[in-house]
Design a binder for this molecule. Structure first.
Ligand code: NAD
Ligand code: DAU
Length: 351
């Protein structure tokens, strides 16, 4: 029986990873360890919280003593590490928060795994989830990020993720910790916090609010449906080569403005609005400082070596995402009003 601690499991991607593992592997014990920052939402795991192999632990990965005590208590044999400060705009206004969680928190987890596994690496795995942003930005349309592309982080967020990746590799090289890293492109799908482009646009279209497009909307992102990312994480967790790195992406590049136009068209149809209504909400605003021009992942390594591939076309994924937000208006309202932060208190009252 495996005992896997998944950090950040109440967040966007983590919640999909937790759901997939809890449902697919009933003989694994899954521990969702999350500090429930503004980005953590217990409602994201509500549908699986009753399952006997699901366990929630409220903990901060920067809390050395608590993390150490949890490794002693639960004897985790694997870590799937997603907990992070994840929003680039927030990293620009508060870089230190990103150093604390993304760098110090990661090193803290590495230390705990090294101490508790104590050289008995058999059956152990420390899997670190990272981002394509560590590679910097692309200008030449023929170029893609490969696993061998040199790191060139340009925002405080990507600098903190690059630093954590380096520490994970350092623990593998120096101490032999059995690590693996994946670097993924932009995810989209249900449970995405409405500070990020796609859910923010859906929220604002629904509420007839301006759609803020940074700069000229020319920046390009490579979008992957979040469940496909979770499937890739399952594949790498079970079959990835120790010490290795795999890029994950959807071969699905979109200019921001084209993506916003597409969302406007889908939403007009779904909401029964006259074609062109939502596009009138588009507002060009001051560009993000140091805004990376283009990200594009070459995902051939994971496809060829491990047999993973994206399952969903973008049109289908985007429609599913819009449908999810339209049928989960309460989730959206609770998140934007702050009510979701009461969820944990109510759910765990008296325990
Ligand atoms: P998110 O912001 O939605 O969720 C982060 C989760 O981590 C939240 O539940 C939060 O409560 C928790 N957390 C934050 N600080 C913590 C701390 N100190 N201790 C314990 N828990 C803490 O993030 P996401 O978008 O789901 O991203 C998850 C991971 O995937 C991150 O490591 C991110 O860098 C990486 N990633 C994200 C994307 C993307 O498009 N969202 C793409 C590639 C990689
Ligand atoms: O590439 C992977 C990364 O993708 C992850 O590592 C990050 O955690 C995740 O947040 C995401 O980063 P981005 O900065 O690419 O995502 P965001 O949704 O914030 O922005 C997507 C693009 O849209 C980007 O070019 C900025 C632009 N944008 C964003 C917002 C929030 C706008 O034009 N307007 C907006 O209001």
């Amino acid at each position: 029986m495996k005992k896997i601690v998944i950090t950040g499991g109440a967040g966007f991607i983590g919640s999909h990873v937790v759901r997939l593992f809890v449902q697919k592997y009933p003989d694994y014990q899954i521990f969702n360890l999350d500090a429930l920052t503004y980005a953590g939402n217990m409602a994201n795991n509500e549908d699986i919280a009753h399952l006997p192999n699901y366990h929630f632990i409220k903990a901060d990965i920067t809390d050395e003593a608590h993390i150490d005590a949890l490794f002693t208590e639960y004897q985790f044999d694997s870590v799937i590490h997603l907990a992070a400060e994840s929003h680039v705009d927030r990293s620009i206004s508060d870089p230190l928060a990103f150093v604390k969680t993304n760098v110090i928190g990661t090193v803290n987890l590495l230390q705990a795994a090294k101490k508790h596994w104590a050289g008995h690496w058999e059956g152990k795995r420390f899997y670190h989830i990272s981002t394509d942003e560590v590679y910097g930005e692309l200008h030449n349309p023929e170029e893609f990020f490969l696993e061998t592309t040199p790191y060139d982080p340009r925002s405080p967020y990507s600098a903190s993720k690059a630093s954590s990746d380096h520490f994970v590799r350092a623990f593998h090289e120096t101490y032999g910790l059995p690590t693996v890293i994946t670097n993924c492109s932009n995810n989209y799908g249900p449970n995405h916090f409405p500070e990020k482009l796609i859910p923010l646009m859906i929220h604002n279209i629904l509420n007839n609010k301006p759609l803020p497009v940074y700069g000229k909307g020319e920046n390009v992102r490579d979008w992957l449906y979040v469940v496909d990312h979770a499937r890739a994480i399952d594949t790498v967790f079970h079959h990835g080569k120790t010490g290795d790195t795999y890029n994950i992406g959807g071969f699905n590049e979109w200019k921001n403005i084209d993506l916003v136009h597409l969302l406007c068209e889908i939403m007009d149809k779904k909401l029964g609005r006259t074609e062109g209504t939502s596009k009138q909400l588009i507002t060009y605003v001051t560009d993000r400082a140091g805004h990376d021009l283009r990200y594009a992942i070459d995902a051939h390594k994971i496809m060829n070596e491990l047999g993973w591939e994206p399952s969903l076309q973008f049109a289908e994924g985007l429609e599913k995402t819009v449908d999810w937000y339209l049928s989960n208006e309460k989730w959206l309202k609770d998140v934007t009003s702050g009510a979701y932060q009461q969820y944990y208190q109510n759910m765990y009252q008296g325990r």
